[in-house]
Write a protein that binds this ligand. Sequence first.
Ligand code: AMP
Ligand code: GLY
Length: 423
Amino acid sequence: MQILVIGSGGREHAVIKALKKSPKVDALYCCPGNGGIAADATCIPIKATDIEGVVAFAKEKAIDLVFVTPDDPLVMGMVDALEEAGIRAFGPRKNAAILEGSKVFSKNLMKKYGIPTAAYETFDDPQKAIAYIENFNRYPIVIKADGLALGKGVLIAGSFGEAREAVKSIMEDKAFGQSGNHIVVEEFLEGVEVSVLAFTDSKTVCPMPSSMDHKRAFDGDQGLNTGGMGTICPNPLYTPAIAQRCQKEIFEPTIAAMAKEGRPFRGVLYFGLMLTEKGPYVIEYNCRFGDPETQVILPLLKTDLVEIIEAVEKGTLSQLDIQWEDAAAACVILASGGYPQSYEKGLPISGLDAHGQADGVTIYHAGTALADGGYKTAGGRVLGVTAVAPTLREALDAAYAAAGKIDFPKKQFRTDIGAKALS
Ligand code: AMP
Ligand code: GLY
């Protein structure tokens, strides 16, 4: 098979490395990829959101399967366009990707089908939203832009003043563009956050091992929200009893609801969960693999990823016994100084070769470019250093040891990834 992967981050690098292990794969392409991905796949300079460009390239190369990884092309309908052109694609169609593409849609779906989620109201008029918040009068309160916003469209307001500012910035100043035409205002949930990703063919839902992301830029969950500064897998706070409850109360009902709505979901569905005193609640759905969750989940996958993709396509997931390593994985993100705000690019990276080969350690490239024979920084999140080991403690130690040997000017990373899970 010739497989084309869409995207350019550490998550895509992890997908490519997993596909590379499959005996069914002859050639791997990536649009657009990055400096490090180029060592594992042929990178083609076509943007991940260029649907026409991707379809034309896939036709020209007679690509057998396109793996659409990021949210924007999925929400824009890249899978539909590929299928219309007679090209096989992995990922939900546009009418199912709306589960991530519109928070108003996903909240209304959960309400309609009794799936536990924070109490909420939706608004398209800022004055009505502000009046509702004033009347509700409980803080913190959560204000969410309806559409995609690079993971930044959720604002948590500690007071009425902050909430009013949040509504204004999303709906009037259009801080997230048209994504803020509608908003969700919802109750603040307290608890422990867990990410669970699942393969689904729209009938069967097979959860992968759970994970924990670290969204804030700095240690102790300080600083701005980022795309994710590190992950661990599995998440020890997600016990087998909670998993069973989530399967029955959240995962299966979500898949059944989407099928009933005429929007069968096929691909990877990401459940962002809050484990509260009252039980597990859904914070959000993503219609795809997470980044950097993928960098700790796929290294533990024993089953051939292509076999899973084919079972999703054929609707035979119930017949597949997906196997995972009985081990732990940790990923530490090395970011550019200043991320998630402004940062420099083009800085030389050293120490990559010596440590890529350390036992159980894999270095996933996120924002790197190959120039003058060496790797240079080319994005906010630069590298994801993952280690797999028998225990979480060992995985974290190995990931930090490897991360410590890699250097570039103004390297920024968290030193407390997984700490909450160890205590
Ligand atoms: P999202 O983009 O929907 O994942 O939200 C980003 C982050 O905001 C989540 O990871 C949570 O930490 C936080 N968050 C979102 N909704 C809520 C809520 N209802 N209560 C508490 N925290 C929330
Ligand atoms: N790490 C969170 C996400 O991929 O949305």
